[in-house]
Design a protein around this ligand. Sequence first.
Ligand code: UDP
Ligand code: MG
Length: 159
Amino acid sequence: FHRSEVKMSGQKEVTFIMVKPDGVQRGLVGEIIKRFESRGFQLVGCKMMSPSKEHLEKHYADLKSKSFFPGLIKYMSSGPVVAMAWQGKSVVKTGRAMLGATNPLESNPGTIRGDFCIDIGRNICHGSDSVESGKHEVELWFGEKTEDYSLCTESMIYE
Ligand code: UDP
Ligand code: MG
């Protein structure tokens, strides 16, 4: 390994960020994309789609036993979503911090949920909660179809 390759490998971390149906309806797609772009993260996948109930049940498989699960699937099926894969150093943890707490009333102002929503069942966005689930969710929503390219601003973002 050259030193530069070691540094690069950390920057290849990916997270799955989704604008949920309420975020799309409320016109917050651009705002959410803007925050990740401005921070310096790299968009490597983006599509608007209406996921099937089966797909959403796979995505939220770990919550299947929860009482809010049927309502969650109904909410997530209520309209199109914008599915995105974002790449960069520590993008999973930083992405979660940018989203805010699951319950928007516990999200700090300055976070996406803390600035734009109120109820837990209408919290406008999703973000992967670990490096492993980031990989898994990007694979589930995009398969192999994410883009591999370098940003010409990279040396302005990373030291
Ligand atoms: N959710 C809900 N009621 C709850 C907990 C969660 O409606 O009591 C919804 C909420 O939209 C949340 C999603 O289920 O974003 C997934 O829950 P998780 O605990 O994974 O929160 P997240 O990772 O989205 O912050
Ligand atoms: Mg989660």
